[in-house]
Design a protein around this ligand. Structure first.
Ligand code: SF4
Length: 378
């Protein structure tokens, strides 16, 4: 018996179970896919449309338990459209795009099931890069719904679900004050410290009585990285012991797809803190300001990396476009445009842009490309 997801949200608990063998996706004792908590106090009634928006919620287990579907049933040719939808969902995510859902016209059961099957395909293929890309893309997909739900519900005073998701998953209590959302200063600072745009600095926010005022978009933007990590953690916890026959072809296709991403940028532990930080931001799918991207490009070019080696680094950026990225990198490298090769910005300039994360290893250097040289020369 292996767990698909195992969660414990306050007093509410559902354990999603998937067997390695057998006729059904069962819990061996009670012959059901999911073991449901007896304590259902504080459980929100969530409809299938909400679960299609937020398929990572533990509450999705209750719905799926009622379907009585087994892993083997899902691998039967009758369910091929779901497997294809799941595969398509991964392919879209791997290209850095967000899988689109028209919840008004689409079959919401297939939205939820394709998410589950996508996880089984990903875990069967076992490729961390694909799992990370899928987690980020699904986080950004759900982020859109969360933002809509906060905004639309605001007038209807029906904020229970979006606020519960934010509170249960990320321990952030969000309240509403007229048209705005408010969170405690420490909750804000803990997350906003990772953003570099000036508008996220506390001095540029409206703060009253220890609370920060935010728009719906800003509220959800604050928890984007955590949402991606949450989904990634869920997927990592899945243990698939054998791949159902009907999934094998698509699992093999994923292995081939992943080869596209094997040509990744070389990341050295010898890079200065500002460069390491920029790479980490991009790896999390966070938005790195243009000045941060310029730093990475000029630094890595100065270290002898090629445009083709550097370009994959930007694939997780929320606004990634392959052609534009290569064009800009070629321009910075001097291989196109005016032919001018741009130099890495100085530490002073990076400090003024809040992109310096100096440690004692920086040792008074004035440009990141000097990082490490002083120590070697001592
Ligand atoms: S001191 Fe220079 S090299 Fe070090 S983190 Fe700051 S900008 Fe980067």
């Amino acid at each position: 018996m292996t767990n698909l997801f195992e969660d414990n949200l306050n007093s509410y608990e559902i354990i999603w179970k998937i067997p390695s063998h057998g006729k059904t996706l069962v819990n061996q004792q009670d012959n059901q896919i999911f073991k449901l908590s007896k304590n259902k106090e504080n459980v929100l009634k969530i409809g299938i449309k909400d679960l299609a928006k937020y398929p990572f919620l533990t509450e999705a287990g209750e719905y799926l338990a009622n379907t009585g579907l087994s892993l083997e049933q899902l691998s039967h040719p009758d369910w091929k459209p779901i497997v294809e939808k799941a595969y398509g969902r991964i392919v879209v995510a791997s290209s850095g795009q967000i899988y689109g859902s028209d919840l008004e016209s689409l079959d919401n059961d297939s939205e939820l099931l394709s998410f589950i099957v996508a996880i089984i395909l990903l875990k069967s293929a076992g490729i961390a890069t694909l799992i990370r890309r899928f987690s980020l893309a699904e986080a950004r997909r759900s982020e859109r719904f969360l933002q809509q739900d906060l905004w639309v519900s605001r007038d209807k005073k029906n904020l229970e679900l979006p606020l519960k998701i934010i509170q249960d998953l990320f321990a952030v209590k969000v309240s509403i004050d007229n048209d705005e959302f408010v969170i405690k200063v420490p909750d804000y600072l803990q997350r906003a410290v990772h953003f570099h745009e000036k508008e996220w600095k506390l001095v540029n926010r409206r703060v009253t009585n220890g609370f920060v005022y935010l728009s719906a978009h800003e509220t959800v933007r604050l928890i984007r990285a955590e949402l991606g990590e949450y989904i990634n953690g869920k997927i990592q916890s899945v243990n698939i012991q054998s791949i159902p026959q009907g999934f094998k072809q698509r699992v093999e296709d994923l292995v081939i797809l992943a080869k596209k991403f094997s040509d990744t940028t070389f990341v050295s532990s010898e890079y200065p803190p500002c460069v390491k930080h920029g790479i980490e931001v991009l790896e999390k799918g966070e938005n790195l300001p243009h000045s941060g991207r310029f730093l990475l490009a000029t630094y890595l070019l100065s270290k002898g990396q090629t445009v083709d080696q550097i370009a994959p680094l930007f694939k997780n950026a929320p606004d990634y476009n392959e052609r534009t990225t290569k064009y800009q990198l070629e321009h910075i490298s001097g291989s196109s445009g005016s032919g001018t090769k741009y130099q890495c910005p100085s530490c002073e300039k990076l400090r003024s842009e809040s992109l310096c994360f100096a440690t004692s290893d920086c040792d008074g250097i004035i440009n990141p490309i000097q990082f490490g040289k002083k120590r070697k020369n001592k």
